[in-house]
Write a protein that binds this ligand. Structure first.
Ligand SMILES: [Zn+2]
Ligand SMILES: [Zn+2]
Length: 413
C-alpha cells in the first residue's frame, strides 16, 4: 500500500492549516526494489546520500541495502539515542544532501537528528513496526544525560519493506498492537479535554487516529484467532498513528493517560525501580489500567472539588530528590487550574458516552491474551498493589489533561 500524504495537508475544518514533512509512505512487500523510484518521486533523485545502519541490521539485510554515496555502519552494541553519540557520528558525515536511516527506532534518531541540524531531508527505512514513531516529528533522545522528547524532523519518505518487517519476533508484534490499541484511551482523553476545557481538537486528525485503531483492532482480532499477523495492516496502522503527531506537532491524538505509564517505567521513581518493559508493553499495561478505571468511574457520579496544586511534599515523596525538580516544573502551570471543575460534572453524561467506546475490560483482556501482549503491572515488573498509584503518579509526569488527572478535582463518593 502506498499512502499519498497530500490529502491531509492544507486548510482544515479545525481552523488550522496542516502541514506534513512526509510526502509518501510505502508499506509493501519487496518495497526496496523500487526505492530509487520513490526517492525520485519526492525529488531526491541524484542527491548526495549517506545511509546509516547499525551493524546487526547491516548483516541481517544483506542483499537489501540501498545505493549510497556514503555508508555508515554503527556498532549495534551499546547504541542508544544520545546527543554525544549522534554528534560523534555527525563528524563522519561526508557532506550529504539527504540522510537515509535504515533500521529500528534508535537508528532513526541517527538520521533525523543530524538531518535536522544540517537542514537536509531524512528518509526512513524501518525494519520494525512495533511503535508509531517512524512517521512522527518527535524524537526521544538523551540530551545532557536526560531523556527528552523533542520536536524533530519527520522523514520526507518512509519505505517499509514488509519482507524485512515480517521477520519481527512475536514480542514486538504484540508490543506494536499495544501501542495502537492505546488510542482507545488517548482519543477519549482528548475528547473529554475538549468538552471540559475547550482544548483544541481536530476531527480530521481524530478520525485518522481512529482509522489506525480500527485497522489494528481488526488485525489483532485476526492474529488472536489464527496466529497469522497481517503485517501490512499493522505497519500501516503505525504509520497513520505517527502522522497524527506530525499533523498536530503534538502527540495528543496518540498518547493519553495510558502512555504516561511508559514514561513512569523509564523514569523509575521510588517503588518503581524494578519496572522494565519495551514501549508498547508499558503502554499496554497503561491502557488496561485506564480502561478498568474509566469504566469504574463511568458507573459513578462525581462532585466537583476545588483545584489544589500538587504539593512539594507529595512530589518529593512520590518522585524522590532525583526527579523532584523536573516534576515540579512540569506542574507549574497545572492545566487542572485553567477551568472550572464543575464543567466535568456538567458534561458527565457525554463523558460516560465517550467511555462507552472503550471496549469492556473482559473483551480487552481476552484480546491481550489472544495476541500474547503484556497488560498487567506484574508483566512489567510492578507490584499489582501499586495499580492505583501508577495512575496517580504517572498523571503528574506530564501536564496534560486526562481523566486520570481530573480525578484530583473530583469526588466520587
Ligand atoms: Zn485539522
Ligand atoms: Zn506509543
Amino acid at each position: 500500500m502506498i499512502m499519498d500524504c497530500s490529502k491531509y495537508v492544507g486548510k482544515c475544518v479545525c481552523g488550522r492549516e496542516h502541514t506534513l514533512e512526509t510526502k509518501k509512505v510505502v508499506v509493501e512487500y519487496d518495497a526496496l526494489k523500487n526505492f530509487e523510484q520513490y526517492m525520485a518521486d519526492v525529488g531526491l533523485a541524484g542527491k548526495r546520500r549517506t545511509v546509516v545502519y547499525d551493524s546487526n541490521i547491516y548483516k541481517l539485510t544483506e542483499g537489501k541495502h540501498v545505493q549510497a554515496d556514503q555508508e555508515i555502519v554503527l556498532p549495534a552494541e551499546g547504541l542508544r539515542s544520545e546527543d554525544v553519540l549522534i554528534e560523534d557520528m555527525m563528524t563522519r558525515l561526508d557532506a550529504p544532501e539527504v540522510i537515509v536511516a535504515f533500521g529500528a527506532g534508535t537508528i532513526m534518531d541517527f538520521g533525523r537528528y543530524p538531518a535536522y541540524k544540517l537542514g537536509i531531508p531524512f528518509v526512513a527505512i524501518p525494519t520494525l513496526a512495533s511503535s508509531d514513531g517512524f512517521t512522527a516529528d518527535i524524537c526521544s533522545v538523551i540530551l545532557n544525560g536526560q531523556k527528552k522528547s523533542i520536536p524533530m524532523l519527520a522523514p520526507i519518505l518512509v519505505v517499509a519493506d514488509l519482507d524485512i518487517i515480517k521477520g519481527a519476533p512475536a514480542r514486538l508484534v504484540a508490543s506494536g498492537i499495544n501501542d495502537i490499541l492505546s488510542k482507545y484511551i488517548s482519543l477519549v482523553d482528548w475528547k473529554i479535554a475538549r468538552l471540559v476545557d475547550g482544548e483544541y481538537y481536530c476531527p480530521m486528525v481524530a478520525d485518522l487516529a481512529q482509522e489506525a485503531l480500527n485497522i489494528m483492532r481488526k488485525a489483532a482480532d485476526e492474529y488472536a484467532a489464527t496466529g497469522k499477523a497481517d503485517i501490512e495492516a499493522m505497519t500501516m496502522a503505525q504509520m497513520k498513528s505517527g502522522l497524527t503527531m506530525q499533523l498536530l506537532h503534538h502527540s495528543r491524538a496518540a498518547s493519553g493517560a495510558e502512555h504516561l505509564m511508559a514514561h513512569l517505567v523509564e523514569m523509575h521513581p521510588p517503588r518503581f525501580e524494578g519496572a522494565e518493559g519495551i514501549h508498547g508493553e508499558c503502554v499496554g499495561v497503561g491502557t488496561f489500567l485506564c480502561a478498568k478505571e474509566y469504566h469504574r468511574l463511568a458507573a459513578l457520579t462525581p462532585k466537583a472539588k476545588p483545584f489544589q496544586p500538587l504539593t512539594s511534599d507529595w512530589v518529593m515523596e512520590k518522585f524522590g530528590p532525583r526527579l523532584y525538580e523536573g516534576i515540579m516544573k512540569e506542574n507549574e502551570n497545572d492545566v487542572l487550574g485553567t477551568f472550572d471543575p464543575q464543567n466535568i460534572v456538567d458534561h458527565w453524561d457525554e463523558i460516560r458516552e465517550l467511555i462507552a467506546t472503550i471496549p469492556p475490560v473482559e473483551e480487552l483482556e481476552a484480546l491481550y491474551k489472544g495476541v500474547g501482549a503484556k497488560y498487567l503491572p506484574e508483566h512489567i515488573g510492578i507490584d499489582p498493589a501499586l495499580s492505583d498509584e501508577m495512575l496517580t503518579v504517572s498523571a503528574a509526569i506530564r501536564n496534560r489533561l486526562t481523566l486520570v488527572r481530573m480525578r484530583r478535582v473530583l469526588d466520587f463518593e
